[in-house]
Design a protein around this ligand. Sequence first.
Ligand code: HEM
Length: 156
Amino acid sequence: MSIRRHPISRSAEQSPLRTIPVDHALIARLKSSYQLLSSDRFEFASVFYSKLFAEAPHLRSMFSTSIDVQTTKLVAALDAIVSNLEYPEKNAKLLKEMGQRHAGYGVKPEHYDLVIDLICDAIREVGGERLPASHLAEWRVALRLVSDQMIAAASS
Ligand code: HEM
């Protein structure tokens, strides 16, 4: 089996691992499972925020934007990340800027695990039977890598 690089791996930035080809089969699966959510992705984002504030009410005060607007922003960010999968350097720039802004909101590295879990729970709830467990597992890895890039940017 030939070695392929994850499209959201931080190796895209400057390491020699950059010469390893990106995993295009994985990109196709991530894109097609995201496409399955399609217009339900706004519902998914709103389910996610409901879960977040139910699970961690103390985080609610960090958000000054209305949750409707925040839902639209989260969907727009995920749309951009998915459409940039073939261009890891574009995602690296986007995630660096998002990570720096998040540090300014007071977000800490330890907050990311819960957010990853709840985004996955919301995808499972809204995607239902349409989304195979293996695709959900790939989304969990992708979100971990998104978070790792955001966390690294916060301290850079
Ligand atoms: C997978 C990781 C995450 C993604 C993709 C994401 C996405 C976003 C986006 C797109 C925004 C809109 C503003 C901007 O782009 O800066 C935002 C704002 C925000 N996010 Fe995140 N986020 C993530 C993780 C987190 C975590 C772990 C927290 C911790 C609670 C958090 C808390 C916030 C807060 C407080 C705001 C500002 C809301 C406001 O302006 O009222 N996010 N997030």
